[in-house]
Design a protein around this ligand. Sequence first.
Ligand code: PGA
Length: 240
Amino acid sequence: MEIRIFDTQEEIGAAAGKIICEFTKNNPDCVLGFATGASPVPTYNYMIKQYENGEVSFENIKTFNLDEYCDLPRSHKNSYYTFMHENLFDKIDVKEENIGFLDGNAEEKAESKRYTEAIKAAGGIDIQILGIGRNGHIAFNEPSDEFTGESYKVELTQSTIDANSIYFDDIAMPHYAMTMGIGLIMESKKIVLIATGDKKAQAVYDMVNGPVTPKCPASILQQHSDVVILLDKEAAQKII
Ligand code: PGA
């Protein structure tokens, strides 16, 4: 694990954004894995700036996102599909037909198979962006008794519901989501994980220094050969 610590979220966004933009310049038809949540937004802002400045084109990339809520129409303002369009896709030249998303309203097994095959057909994910939950989750892989494999439907924990329900003002937050499993995430060739703020400090400590255990799903990243972890000082406070 390569760990880098920064002063501001903008610096983290620039660091992650540079990794993505440089790779895309050299590999215009690369496959990028994206995450939702607050953590990657500065990264997306950096990518948008680079695109607007004519430094990079995303015209030929393919994308896959980590997860999507169940029981929520894709067009709802709180869907992750909408989040990605508002925060990145509508502001760069990625083609809509090259955007891969889990369907939270599809039949679980068939949808998992479809997603795995789509990622494989694209050649696998070159760079996967990740956040981390306060409980050590990555994507919606919550702490549990075993590591997960491919995509599946998960019941969200109270910790995750508490963290995310602030975004839902018109309806109750869904309690289920479809998520890429740990096994599928680990197949990404490179992983860039972003964490900021003191609420993430314990999860960051457990991810980096704890035993590899499904009780802290992010700890599995210790076994990946190409992981970059970008932190601010608050998130890094227990490891420095
Ligand atoms: P956040 O979420 O980026 O909004 O903190 C990260 C996560 O829960 O994985």
